[in-house]
Design a protein. Structure first.
Length: 116
């Protein structure tokens, strides 16, 4: 009896595990395909815009930006975004707030202290 229950439960568990792993694996493969093809799509869009502007295709053959230029742009953006924040002191102050008495939070009217 116990072995029958365990075998039924484990078959359902294996099915759920296999389906779950399959969904995650397929999603990761799709993300890899999208990230590999995204630069190609962006270059195609840029080539179309340059063709509309009347620039010849000989000038648009090499649209890639060098790695050093990308790093410099990223560093400039990082420094610019961090420059906008003020320097803050790392001191935390806790102010005690006095509360007025409220019968809603009083423990004297608890369940065990009912009048008889």
């Amino acid at each position: 009896m116990l072995m029958n229950i365990l075998s039924i439960g484990s078959q359902g568990g294996w099915t759920v595990a296999i389906v779950g792993y399959s969904i995650v694996f397929i999603a990761l493969v799709l993300l890899v395909i999208v990230f590999i093809n995204l630069p190609k799509l962006l270059q195609l869009n840029l080539r179309k815009k340059l063709a509309k502007a009347g620039k010849p295709s000989a000038e648009t053959d090499d649209l890639d930006i060098e790695d050093g230029v990308n790093a410099a742009i990223a560093m400039a953006l990082y420094l610019h975004s961090n420059q906008n924040h003020d320097e803050e002191s790392n001191i935390i102050t806790i102010k005690k707030v006095t509360k007025n008495y409220s019968p809603w939070s009083s423990k004297i009217y608890g369940v065990m202290n009912q009048p008889r």
